[in-house]
Design a binder for this molecule. Structure first.
Ligand SMILES: *Cc1c(COP(=O)(O)O)cnc(C)c1O
Length: 426
């Protein structure tokens, strides 16, 4: 099919994320991808500053992950996980538990980040049921969060971006505290946490767990909050017998500057979700990690079983990609490299502070954010960026980047120059 025919069929028949079928926005045809580059079918190539939504951390077409998947393909691409197991699943669990915050001891594999959140929430409810506190059926979270697009994951997303209004009446009602306001490097003041503490004091008899993204609120606004918030939360959850679920799907594997963002606060959750970069972006795959305290209670409780089991649970191809990807994270000097990227982003984007139309520039780990005063015209901004050799997908007032970790300093400069140039054109 030629490019125009392909785009025209796509336009007529295929949904894209958060898109209209009546008036779909421009899409670009990718022919192949290599390293940090997407190669468009029309011959242009652009640096992928999004890592395909946080996932392609090692870059495209990585020889080690390719080889691992190829080897697994020759053995078996899939086998059910009910009553069967395989080396890839076991090896991966051992690796994940060796790097996870202390206390996490059990692994549940699933097929996407949203499902891993559903699994975490089901674990919390079964835990409470087993503990004889079945009145704890709800969840608490903070405004500005994002946990996925499936039903209960959506119920703990920010009510506006999480589309609560659109699905009102169908969506379970949960408790929301204000979003953490004190920035990552700001001066801590307990008043930031007080509303969440009050909420837990008043409603802990109804709340099974608090769920939130540690340090970085991603798709809900790209904000970085103070680590003390997490320390206070961890303490308060313990005091009120409420479980703590941390969603590290976006932040995991070094993106925030720590291996897991919760390490900024030195806390360990009861349940943790990981996904996105887990397979280096090769396949949809995620995991929910839990403490023995959680798994013991569920196993000793009424049903005695944890009631979840997707068809593609622990898919061997995904496990092979994840094993290779996690090896790459562990073999490299990951945090030093992320710190190099962080400096490049800071130096490259600093000049935008104070430019008319720019509200704030902020960088944490390998994440750079330019928040504008007004909503960005996505199509126009993308055209400007592409003409400068860069692929980004802004949303709302936010132009942001989380490049693949293999990006070199020259490519990083191309990326930040493209952002600065495109913003100045605004
Ligand atoms: C992307 C994301 C999810 C959802 O993961 P999917 O794989 O898209 O289902 C959940 N939580 C956070 C923090 C995310 O960034």
């Amino acid at each position: 099919m030629n490019i125009e025919a392909l785009k025209s069929f796509d336009r007529e028949h295929i949904w894209h994320p958060y898109a209209s079928m009546r008036n779909p926005s421009e899409v670009y045809v990718v022919d192949r991808a290599e390293g940090v580059y997407l190669h468009f079918a029309d011959g242009r190539k652009v640096i992928d500053g999004m890592s395909s939504w946080w996932s392609v951390a090692h870059g495209y077409n990585h020889p080690k992950i390719n080889e691992a998947v190829r080897r697994q393909l020759e053995k078996m691409s899939h086998v059910m996980f009910g009553g069967l197991t395989h080396e890839g699943a076991v090896e991966l669990a051992a690796k994940l538990l060796s790097v996870a915050p202390k206390g996490l001891d059990k692994v549940f594999y699933s097929d996407s980040g949203s499902v891993s959140v559903e699994v975490a929430m089901k674990m919390a409810l079964q835990y409470c049921e087993a503990k004889g506190v079945a009145s704890k059926r709800k969840f608490a979270t903070v405004l500005g969060g994002y946990h996925g697009d499936t039903w209960h994951a959506m119920s703990v997303c920010d009510p506006v971006s999480g589309m609560h209004g659109l699905f009102a009446g169908g969506l379970p009602i949960n408790f929301f505290a204000p979003r953490p306001e004190i920035p990552f490097s700001g001066e801590w003041n307990y008043s930031d946490f007080a509303p969440m503490n009050n909420l837990l004091e008043r409603h802990s008899s109804e709340i099974a767990a608090v769920i939130l993204e540690p340090i970085v609120q991603g798709a809900g606004g790209m904000r970085f909050y103070h680590p003390q918030y997490l320390r206070e939360l961890s303490e308060a959850c313990r005091r009120h017998s409420v479980l703590l679920i941390l969603d590290e799907i976006a932040t995991g594997f070094g993106r925030s500057g720590k291996f897991f963002a919760s390490q900024y606060a030195g806390i360990s959750p009861d349940i943790m979700c990981i996904g996105k970069a887990l397979t280096g972006g090769y396949m949809s795959f995620a995991a929910t990690l839990a403490t023995s305290e959680v798994s013991d209670a569920i196993s000793d409780g009424g049903a005695g079983l944890f009631m979840h089991g997707p068809t593609f649970m622990a898919n061997p191809l995904a496990c092979a990609a994840a094993n290779a990807s996690v090896d790459l994270f562990l073999e490299s000097d990951l945090l030093a490299n992320v710190s190099r990227i962080s400096k490049g982003l800071e130096e490259g984007l600093r000049g935008l502070s104070g430019v008319p139309g720019v509200r704030e520039v902020r960088v944490l780990g390998a994440i750079g954010v330019v928040e504008m005063e007004k909503n960005i015209d996505i199509a126009l901004m993308q055209k400007r960026l592409i003409s400068r050799g860069v692929w980004l997908r802004p949303f709302g007032r936010l132009l942001y980047t989380m490049p693949p970790y293999i990006i070199d300093d020259v490519q990083l400069k191309t990326l930040t120059d493209a952002i600065c140039g495109s913003v100045r054109d605004e």
